[in-house]
Design a binder for this molecule. Structure first.
Ligand SMILES: [Zn+2]
Length: 276
């Protein structure tokens, strides 16, 4: 599933090819993904210039003069650069064709993605207007994380609550908690200011590292023939149940939280748990 780093890598890869360009047409081959694609989208956007390609949480936002095209990649989506002459394949649901001949092609085998239109400000869209802070925003720091954590939910649940912080998927939550030495089940309100600082730093570092790793697979996003460019990474704790902790050698343990897998080192992430 494309997570925040993949979406950001997509944005960085495509922005130079579409910003300042004009939309010639939007060709919709599949009328509905997760939600119906607005049937008037081609008429609304034809002839409009793409001012900027931005990102909010896991939404790509094409900012035009009169509004915004929002794209979510869902479970299996990818948006890649091709030219309008390249024959489309199965699951290539939408083409955004530019007047310079380039084409942004949305492929989504599982159809959990979305392409939507928001007039005016993108942030006013119902899917965006209640989103929490961006973990890569400059103002995101330990103090903000500390304030967001003043509740009884487990800290991992807080990290994955998009109304508080956006874009920290399950894998990245696991990795950040391990790096910061915080047990995933720690009641969030027991997170100390010091631990919040470590955790905020860990979140940023892990996301930025993933984005850096994505840079090397950028070619996949720019090649309409390639495979979806989701990048495989080495994880320090995620998926390593029973294997030795890379820091102390204790066996990594596993539990379920909110129907999601949590992996942790009972030694390195122990102190926080005892505070329960
Ligand atoms: Zn350990």
């Amino acid at each position: 599933m494309p997570e925040l780093p993949e979406v950001e890598t997509t944005r960085r890869g495509l922005a130079p090819y579409c910003e300042t360009q004009t939309i010639r047409d939007i060709v919709t081959r599949t009328p509905a993904l997760r939600w119906p694609i607005p049937p008037q989208i081609a008429d609304i956007t034809r002839g409009q210039r793409i001012i900027a390609l931005e990102r909010r949480a896991k939404y790509l936002i094409f900012r035009l003069d009169s509004g915004n095209i929002l794209i979510h990649l869902g479970m299996s989506g990818s948006l890649r650069l091709t030219d309008a002459q390249t024959p489309f394949q199965k699951h290539d649901h939408v083409d955004i064709v530019l007047t310079n001949g380039n084409c942004l092609r949305l492929r989504d085998p599982r159809r959990f993605g979305a392409l939507l239109w928001q007039k005016g400000e993108a942030a006013s869209h119902p899917l965006l207007n209640r989103l929490g802070i961006e973990p890569l925003a400059e103002q995101f720091d330990g103090e903000i994380l500390y304030q967001l954590s003043r509740c009884r939910a487990a800290i991992k649940t807080v990290l994955m609550d998009s109304h508080r912080i956006v874009g920290i998927g399950n894998i990245y939550a696991n990795e950040a908690l391990f790096q910061a030495g915080v047990h995933p089940e720690l009641p969030a309100q027991q997170l100390t200011r010091d631990a919040a600082g470590l955790l905020a730093t860990a979140i940023r570092q892990i996301l930025l590292r993933a984005i850096d790793a994505g840079g090397s697979s950028l070619r996949d996003f720019l090649d309409g023939h390639g495979n979806p460019g989701y990048f495989q990474q080495q994880y320090t704790v995620y998926g390593r149940s029973g294997q030795p902790c890379l820091r102390c050698g204790h066996a990594i343990e596993h539990l379920r939280q909110q129907q999601r897998s949590s992996y942790f080192c009972p030694y390195c992430q122990k102190n926080q748990r005892q505070a329960k």
